[in-house]
Unconditional design. Sequence first.
Length: 259
Amino acid sequence: MKIIQNENTIVLCDFGSFDLGLSADCGQAFRWKQDSEGYWHGIVCGKYLKAKQDSDCIILYTTKEDFDSLWKKYFDLETDYDSICATLSSDTYLSRAVTDCPGIHILRQEPWEALCSFIISQNNNIPRIKGIIERLCETFGEETEGGFTFPSAQKLASLEVQDLAPLRAGFRAKYIIDAAKKVAGGEVDFDKIAASPIEFGREELQKICGVGAKVAECTLLYGFYKVDAFPIDVWVRRIMEELYPDGFPECADGIKGIA
């Protein structure tokens, strides 16, 4: 990848298998929006980004400092996805997935936002998930360039379930509050999850009311970059039963989440 750094823009050229739109809007994150001119807008860790991709380059409207400290890692730009795609392509079905959607990177999200977002995602569709999260940020986040920050666990831990009524989150409201209180109080230890084998994180996250295996796996994959985490929803279960009744092939070992 070639990176051209200007005063207030970063231009990525020869970026290989990376598609900004697919990565931002494939269902792993819920706060990216594309405007009528093709620009993507998002807020991550309190930082606003405007970005656009064409066939030759990706332009990120950000400073060198923020690119180096946040966006390079967030978009997982230092991982060799071309090699990963080549490895997965040794399997017939995964080869087709690589051919059809080669540009998806795992977004290395802030763990609390990933956890809270996938609690909200339960038995929900993407437009409604986005709406609930947008109302959550507008109601309890802090105003910043481009919109609102994602509210911290500490902020939400000070609330009660009824305070979330404006979000129209339904049964998920009590799970959000329980998660916030356990994370803010240290009962669920994010630092230890990050530093420990994946099995510890699976057990730790499921201490939270309403967090089952799927939400835990999503949080580990998208919030902690545990790339062997493998979220299974009803669609993935059907695929596995039909195509991989004995489990994924060896080429996916250690990278099941990416596969």
